[in-house]
Design a protein around this ligand. Structure first.
Ligand code: FES
Length: 131
């Protein structure tokens, strides 16, 4: 079966280290520029569906902004699960503290799945994604 490549963005749209959300054929993806090469991944975090473009991309490692799960954008592999929020030395008000504790316990029991990746290629200044 041959891949069906779809035009996603122009290469100049995303600088090295950057990310851009696209919707292609009804699918939400993030196009990542890692050292001049482009990678396409599912937009939603494999933990609790946060939008991954709000995270940070360092090298090929994308860290989700919501609970800091990490993914390798070249493979989609989940490298780590969520990290509980660090409250420092601050003591939250009792009811808020109880809520945060329960939310943290719940969040840690949600398994982090790897995310989908898609083949890309560059032609005539455009990034194409295989769907
Ligand atoms: S939603 Fe991404 S780490 Fe929890």
């Amino acid at each position: 079966m041959s891949d069906n490549y779809v035009q996603a963005i122009q290469t100049v749209d995303v600088a090295s280290g950057g990310m851009k959300v696209v919707e292609l054929n009804g699918r939400e993806l993030v196009i990542c520029n890692y050292a001049g090469s482009f990678y396409a991944i599912d937009r939603r975090c494999g933990h609790m569906n946060a939008p991954l473009e709000m995270g940070t991309l360092e090298g090929s490692i994308l860290t989700c902004a919501m609970h800091c799960a990490q993914f390798d954008i070249t493979t989609g592999e989940a490298l780590s699960g969520p990290v509980p929020a660090y409250l420092g030395n601050e003591t939250p008000p009792p009811r808020i503290g109880a809520f945060l504790k329960n939310a943290g316990l719940f969040m840690q029991h949600v398994r982090t799945e790897s995310i989908g990746t898609y083949k890309t290629k560059v032609e005539s200044g455009w990034v194409l994604v295989a769907l």
